[in-house]
Design a protein around this ligand. Structure first.
Ligand SMILES: NC(=O)c1ccc[n+]([C@@H]2O[C@H](COP(=O)([O-])OP(=O)(O)OC[C@H]3O[C@@H](n4cnc5c(N)ncnc54)[C@H](OP(=O)(O)O)[C@@H]3O)[C@@H](O)[C@H]2O)c1
Length: 265
């Protein structure tokens, strides 16, 4: 038995949206810290290769179908997870989407897709999973936000609204559920290359501009999120709730936005 306050041995984590991208980074970090995993996708069969990788680490796994835009699907996922494992200790509310467009081109349907998935979906997944956590008197909920939870970006109006909402939702749920032993925090990644944004990274001019704005001078790499997710999932963060932890190489500081001339005139 590892006595570390970061040890997750014997704990069960649901990570939503684990068919690709950051969801897999989060799940892998939790599994390496000892957690067993519930993995989800709208297409369950797409989870097979990642599930095999997690099993090879010696973890128990369960794959479930989940569409966070469908209330019944959310409730079924939460019930099936509890039926299989008895108790869920950790939820990483990661499933999400984005549509990048100038604000004037955003349609009614674009708005609904983004807000329904990222904000309404995260709330109802948290609600469904928190019921069991509250019964057991223990839970760690980690809502995935973004640097857009705290800063505005052109072309990301509905997405930023959904992520700002996640930050606010995190504070409200923390206040609601703290007395039941459930902490709720927001992990807000900066810029990480995934399926969701890979076209941006293929544009060298954009990438140079991005890197110039990041104080540590590089985009995020998969393992950059490991420490934050394990911290928020573990005993180490027991007195931390309602907070937003930015893991963004410092871009949210805005420090590199202005071009400062070498010598002032
Ligand atoms: N990449 C970044 O730089 C970055 C930065 C900050 C925050 N984020 C956020 O982090 C999360 C993961 O991002 P990512 O870049 O890894 O995105 P991604 O590669 O597009 O993956 C998104 C995941 O969400 C799932 N998903 C999408 N719509 C869903 C729905 N209606 N119901 C259930 N699952 C759904 C997808 O699963 P299926 O398609 O298999 O169902 C997929 O596994 C998102 O919430 C994103 O907004 C990303």
């Amino acid at each position: 038995m590892n006595e570390s306050i970061f040890d997750l041995t014997g704990q069960v984590a649901i990570v939503t949206g684990t068919s690709r991208g950051l969801g897999q980074y989060f799940a892998r970090a939790l599994a390496k810290a000892g957690a067993d995993l519930v993995l989800t996708s709208r297409k369950r069969e797409t989870l097979a290769p990642f599930e095999a990788e997690m099993k090879a680490l010696g973890r128990r796994t369960l794959t479930l179908e989940l569409d966070v835009r469908n209330h019944e699907s959310i409730q079924k996922m939460a019930a099936d997870a509890v039926a299989a494992f008895g108790q869920i200790h950790i939820l990483v509310n990661n499933a999400g989407c984005n549509i990048r467009k100038p604000a004037l081109d955003v349609t009614w349907d674009d708005w609904n897709t983004i807000l329904d998935t990222n904000l309404r979906g995260s709330f109802f997944v948290a609600q469904a999973v928190a019921r069991g956590m509250i019964e057991k008197g223990y839970g760690r909920i980690i809502n995935i936000g973004s640097v857009t939870s705290v800063a505005g970006y052109a072309g990301l109006a509905p997405y930023g609204a959904s992520r700002g909402g996640i930050r606010q939702l995190t504070m409200s749920l923390a206040d609601d559920w703290g007395k039941f032993g459930v902490t709720v925090n927001c992990l807000a990644p900066g810029w990480f290359r995934t399926e969701q944004n890979k076209v941006l990274y293929e544009n060298k001019e954009w990438l140079d501009y991005l890197v110039d704005r990041i104080p540590v001078k590089r985009p995020g790499q998969p393992h950059d999120l490991d420490g934050a997710v394990v911290f928020l999932a573990s005993e180490a963060s027991r007195y931390v709730t309602g907070q937003t932890l930015l893991v963004d190489g410092g871009i949210s500081t805005g420090a590199t936005r202005a071009t400062v001339p070498a010598k002032s005139a």
